[in-house]
Design a protein around this ligand. Sequence first.
Ligand SMILES: NC(=O)c1ccc[n+]([C@@H]2O[C@H](COP(=O)([O-])OP(=O)(O)OC[C@H]3O[C@@H](n4cnc5c(N)ncnc54)[C@H](O)[C@@H]3O)[C@@H](O)[C@H]2O)c1
Length: 504
Amino acid sequence: MCSVDPNVDAGGDGHVRTIGVVGTGVIGAGWAVRALARGHDVVAWDPAPGAAERLRSAVARAWPSALRLGLFPGADPSRITWVDTVEELAARVDWIQENAPEDEDVKRPLMRTLAAHSAPEVVIASSSSGLLPTRLQDGCRHPERILIGHPFNPVYLLPLVEVVAGGQTSQAAMDAAVAHYDDLVMYPLVVRTEIEGYLSDRLQEALWREVLHLVNDGVATTRELDDAVSYGPGLRWAGMGTNLTFHLAGGEGGMRHMLSQFGPALKLPWTKLVAPELTDGLIEAMAEGCEAQADGRSVEELERLRDDYLIGVMRSLRPLDLGAGRLIAEREARIHEASGVTAWAAGDPVSAPLALYEAPVEPDWVDYNGHMSEWAFLTAFGWASDKLFRYIGIDEGYRADGHSLFTVETHLNYVKEASLGDPLRFTTQVLGVDAKRLHFFHAMEHAGTGELLCTTEQVLLHVATATGATAPILPGPAAALAAISAAHADLPVPPQVGRVMGLT
Ligand SMILES: NC(=O)c1ccc[n+]([C@@H]2O[C@H](COP(=O)([O-])OP(=O)(O)OC[C@H]3O[C@@H](n4cnc5c(N)ncnc54)[C@H](O)[C@@H]3O)[C@@H](O)[C@H]2O)c1
């Protein structure tokens, strides 16, 4: 009988959870960052000498990426407690994520120890890449709360986590796992049938086996094979996966035509699937190939590059509501909700000017000089406007009901350059509002020095999105804007407002 309560919200109520991270290598450190960015506490243990220090530096390296993805209130990289024994960890935490090496002989006794020393309601999830949960839970105390939560590297950025039940895992524990990973703004994919390698690693490994054969047979180098992915199919996979992509490859006839055209090729011996022997020669060819591709860049440098492009890809999918892009929007909405910057309610005092948004200068905002590009200032102001909209009650729900604000005129004044990572602070002044129009001004300052960097003055129209015609602002936002406008009435008009461009 399971004591895990599926109705307990795994932290979504704002209750701070303590996550136990067992084994703090690549994956354990990634889990630590994801939990810390969510505002949780982490208790960590790893038997290797120097592991505590390595974890702290791994967290420090990953933190800028976590920051770019968005931190929840309370997120703090120093909220890690290192313990000396696995028993102490098990006794102190609300959730256990096990990340020891992929070896059943290591994981099975470890699972038994974790189960023996943790409260029965604590779920123990293994990050295993392919071991069967039935075997990991065998002989454990309260085996019904043991399952697989298989993430992808880097765990702090990639949302997928495969959740796999063993023969003794309860539905309640599975529900708790889905809720927990959802709370970490991940994409929990329940693998309905317990199989070795689960889903993603089966797919990845099929490709990897083929890579090993092609290198082993001298057909191609590691670089050529990576080019064969990253310039083509890899770009498609992020948004649509393999099957929907091939559906389109079949033209109007979709997958049916695709199978009739390319089905016969499936009978040809294109792929081998059984991996080649890992001879010294093959290991050398693989390692030397990758070192040549790295071209002197350290793993740390390549990690930064990978994190930057992963964030870029996920952000580009966001407006299309595709794949991981959905979770970028979801994370932002949840952070906004959790940060307590609630929409204005009747009677709330209004600050003059408003200060609703802060952000660092992002890597994709800077040009070859390391300075913020001219278009990026407008992007950043767009986020400041989004905060204003949320504050007045114009959010996903308002837009889904068919109304939105459209910008019709923008003036930007560039005052001083901003560099990568500079902390930015935005203030907002409402200059005027009527039934259908809004006129406001944002100022962007360096949050450290207080220097003014850029300003924008904008006029927006309130629109019924179904018709594209202007429409009166609905009562809630209209009341909020009236209150803000009244509170800002005595603010001096900034000198950049109403300026006309010219050479005189
Ligand atoms: N690397 C990946 O891309 C990836 C992705 C998903 C899942 N995983 C899975 O995550 C787990 C960890 O993989 P990793 O890549 O982080 O490996 P890693 O080698 O980077 O880290 C493993 C850590 O476990 C520690 N360790 C050794 N014995 C231990 C024990 N008895 N108890 C606790 N910790 C112990 C080691 O000191 C090391 O710090 C594996 O099950 C792996 O299959 C890895």
